[in-house]
Design a protein around this ligand. Structure first.
Ligand SMILES: Cc1ncc(COP(=O)(O)O)c(C=O)c1O
Length: 368
């Protein structure tokens, strides 16, 4: 298949990447920077890797407007490993973790705490209701905890919390956010978070890199008497090369940052673009409420993952089949929830969403 005829990919992750990033990586896989060796053969203790890592850190710093109070590390093990590492590092001296669960991933983080014997306290959850909303007012957490965990965007349920955590939680505790499916999709007031983390396979490149950004005040609270492979202090001190660093995914994250800066300049511009695309899809759901049903309340609607079902459930398979025939792939909802999930990450073009919207409109007319 020619790369010029790629289908429109709405996968939730591993997700669509900009073609120019893929083309750059494919050149680098053959010969990285004219050195005669492949990117795949590039060592992590080389000046070339140090440059890649440092440029990624400075790009994240610039895009997220981070000050010098934040440390950035690139780790392995995905977002789920962070569910565990936050517990290992911060829950000591009798402090337990607190969770606000707006969807599946927050819930999984709290289950990890439960299974590990950390006695998580869940202050708010919409699990009973199938995760359809966010707290209507800030949840008050006045007791001292190791941290309060929130999820920026719930990838399965299509629920996104506001950038400013004070709109959903009132607390003096450090807030830790899983921002796996919305990091770099919008600006964030990073000062208000003790830590944010994201696996890379949505807006930040490919699987294998996990970015962790920790405020120094929280880092101070982390344990040192841990196996060093799990100790944030050690990983920060060694600047992401305690393990043999996964050079390729870290490099792809750098290319994604460069692409964002070139295409959009700022995260404000990225957010506007994503909102424009998401609005097109939500407008369609609002236009045909007797045909498509929306999963969540309007103020919880995610710009990243639009979830919908059908008034007539039997139409779902027909929709997926016809969509694939027209070149719209990976629109099937997560097995946990069913329905349709349209992922709208940074690399999903306006043309892709516009074309999908036209297909969805035609689907209503042809099947009503
Ligand atoms: C919000 C969120 N958190 C956590 C995860 C789990 O990530 P990983 O598979 O990298 O552990 C995902 C995966 O899709 C996710 O979307």
């Amino acid at each position: 298949m020619s790369v010029k005829s790629r289908p429109f990919n709405f996968a939730a992750g591993p997700a669509a990447l900009p073609l120019e990033v893929i083309e750059q990586v494919s050149k680098d896989v053959l010969d990285f920077r004219g050195q005669g060796i492949s990117l795949l053969e590039q060592g992590h203790r080389t000046p070339v890797f140090s440059e890649i890592r440092d440029e990624l850190k400075s790009s994240l710093k610039e895009l997220l407007a981070l000050d010098d109070e934040h440390e950035i590390v690139c780790l392995q093990g995905g977002a789920r490993q962070q569910f565990a590492m936050t517990l290992l590092n911060f829950c000591h001296g009798g402090l337990t973790p607190a969770y606000i669960n707006t969807g599946h991933w927050g819930y999984r983080a709290s289950v990890e705490a439960d299974l590990g014997g950390y006695n998580p306290e869940i202050y708010w959850s919409d699990r009973e209701n199938g995760y359809r909303k966010i707290p209507s007012k800030p949840v008050e957490i006045s007791k001292k905890h190791a941290f309060v965990h929130v999820t920026g965007n719930e990838t399965i349920h299509g629920i996104q919390i506001p950038e400013d955590p004070s709109q959903i939680v009132k607390t003096d505790n450090h807030i830790i956010m899983d921002t796996s499916s919305d990091l770099l999709s919008r600006p964030l007031p990073c000062k208000k978070y003790g830590m944010i983390y994201a696996c890379a396979q949505k807006n930040l490149g490919v699987v294998g890199n996990t970015v962790v950004i920790i405020h120094r005040d929280l880092l101070k609270n982390s344990r040192e008497d841990l196996p060093p492979v799990f100790a944030y202090k050690n990983l920060v001190k060694l600047d992401s090369i305690y393990n043999t660093a996964p050079v390729l995914p870290i490099y792809v994250s750098l290319l994604m940052c460069r692409w964002i800066k070139k295409e959009f300049g700022t995260l404000e511009a990225v957010a506007k673009f994503n909102q424009q695309k998401a609005d097109m899809l939500y407008e369609l759901l609002d236009k045909y409420p007797d045909f498509y049903t929306d999963h969540c309340e309007v103020n919880a609607r995610s710009t990243m993952n639009v979830i919908l079902k059908f008034k007539k459930p039997e139409l779902q398979d027909k929709f997926i089949k016809q969509a694939a025939q027209k070149g719209f792939i990976n629109v099937k909802g997560h097995r946990e929830l069913g329905g349709i999930r349209i992922s709208n990450y940074n690399a999903v073009t306006l043309e892709a969403v516009q074309s999908l919207k036209e297909f969805m409109e035609a689907f209503v007319t042809s099947t009503s």
